[in-house]
Design a protein around this ligand. Sequence first.
Ligand code: SER
Length: 345
Amino acid sequence: MKKYGVNDLRRMYLEFFESKGHLAMKSFSLVPHNDNSLLLINAGMAPLKPYFTGQEIPPRRRVTTCQKCIRTGDIENVGKTARHLTFFEMLGNFSFGDYFKEDAIKNAWGFLTEELKLPKEQLYITIYNDDDEAHDLWRKITDMPEERILRLGEKDNFWQMGETGPCGPCSEIHIDRGAEHACNHPDGCALGVCDCDRWLEIWNLVFMQYNRDENGVMTPLPRPSIDTGMGLERITSVMQNVNSNYDTDLIYPLIEKVEEISGKQYDKGADGFPFRVIADHARSCTFLICDGVLPSNEGRGYVLRRILRRAVRLGKSLGIEGPFLYQFSAKVADMMGEDYPELLD
Ligand code: SER
């Protein structure tokens, strides 16, 4: 498998979907526009909601983005697992009533196995319980054996963002990172059973069919649509053959910066926790402040304040005295300014 840098992967993804007729759009701000249901953009589809519901006309019926996202719901896992982050970039391709399941599956499979040349025998699929159509398409389009297609319930394979908005059954692509990453789950380490780092979800294909309102009522969207999301950091870790998001060229240089400031050496095991959290949180703080969020006691400002305080507290645990977090913003801008020129501005 060829090793790619993160900037190559971001570009390859967008170019692949442009070659399939998609319009590549710039990432939207982390601050939602005209949307009171969300504090911060937490998925590639979030800023595109009005296109799914038919409230606004999209610039094209096929769009692709690499969207900056913030998720803090599982902040306690950040730095503990290989895959949790508060700031991440989500690669996505979207169809607003244009193609549906068949082309979504065909394109995802084509990108992973022909462009990136991931070994097919390591890939696993999950589908929503009764989604026979998705099952049959995976069987028809790919040579995925029956035993590597798992049917799971609503918790795993029905996607919705919070309580309201466009939603639908989904199909996820996972990669088996190998028995050396297995956990000791009492029922055995297996996809759909445990939640360890062996089974890495790399791509979620959502078959958008409904809009859920404030009362929980689901009405069909004007036309079935597609929303896919692949974490750039995760696919980078796979392509760079490293064990965690933190070991990729997207984050490791920030861990080195923590080493430089603290004078301490990073440990990839449990002792490296503060280094990983500071590296992640430094990215979140830099991008949030860049998009105009400032620390405060409420709303999105409180999210930033919480992230910032956590990073500072862990800096203290490494013996760092005085303000230090600001030193990361220039580094983040250096690393990512080409794709996010607002950081340089
Ligand atoms: N909305 C889905 C997710 O965030 C796919 O993009 O996982």
